[in-house]
Design a protein around this ligand. Structure first.
Ligand SMILES: O=C(O)COP(=O)(O)O
Ligand SMILES: [Mg+2]
Length: 231
């Protein structure tokens, strides 16, 4: 057993992030953001740029997408309506252009077979998160799902992760959080959970190797192979 496997033993539950970890959702974000920008007579943005805005919730995404060419005073003027329009556009397409990353179903299935309890904690609004999980056929893996608006605080605040620990009635050191961004790692560290990062998602344009975590796994299946409920 290597030292990472040792750390990830005696685990009771796993908290999995959604955008950039289970699902490549940036194409949906691009369609909805560019629809809002079109209504404001602004040109479309590339998926690569939009990916750097993902991970801190919808309000952050919309603000950053407006700030590409508007001053901060102009962003303030347009923000509320742009957010409303974004919600409408996103609602209309949620999941349409999304793909699941390799190893997600296999990883979640193996975690379940090992007796690990599963929660999904995302910064995506809960009204979008649950239908997306349903559409992708992933909803049944999770005992609980929390969105960025489920509580007054979202990742990188530890609050939603600590709530899962309470729900499962297990201490944070028996929980592993898995995510694609520094938000997931900071929330896990602050909660006292273990944290694994995946390298294929959206880390605000920064290499995932710069993030303080317990390890990087290539897929959720690799994570599932490392994590064990036995000490
Ligand atoms: O909506 C977002 O900002 C992304 O959310 P997630 O990476 O926490 O799933
Ligand atoms: Mg993410």
């Amino acid at each position: 057993m290597n030292s990472l496997q040792q750390k990830l033993s005696n685990i009771a539950g796993v908290i999995v992030d959604l955008d950039g970890t289970m699902a490549h959702t940036a194409p949906d974000f691009q369609v909805a953001i560019n629809a809002v920008r079109r209504e404001l007579d602004l040109p479309g943005l590339s998926i690569e740029l939009i990916e750097t805005f993902v991970g801190k919730g919808t309000a952050h995404l919309v603000r950053r997408a407006l700030a590409v060419d508007l001053t901060s005073a102009q962003v303030d003027v347009h923000f509320e309506q742009a957010l409303d329009r974004y919600h409408a556009h996103y609602h209309a397409i949620n999941g349409q252009y999304v793909t699941i990353y390799d190893g997600v179903q296999a990883g979640l299935s193996l975690m379940q077979q090992k007796g690990l309890r599963l929660a999904c904690v995302t910064n995506k609004p809960i009204a979008f998160a649950v239908p997306l999980l349903q559409k992708l056929g992933l909803e049944d893996y999770f005992e609980v799902v929390y969105g960025g608006d489920s509580f007054p605080k979202k990742k990188p605040d530890p609050y939603p992760l600590l709530q899962v620990c309470k729900d499962f009635d297990v201490p944070p050191q028996r929980i592993v959080a898995i995510g694609d961004s520094i938000n997931d790692a900071q929330a896990a560290r602050a909660a006292g959970c273990w944290v694994l990062n995946v390298p294929y998602g959206y880390n605000h344009g920064h290499p995932i190797q710069e993030v303080d975590s317990d390890g990087i796994v290539q897929t959720l299946l690799e994570a599932a192979e490392l994590i064990s409920p036995q000490s």
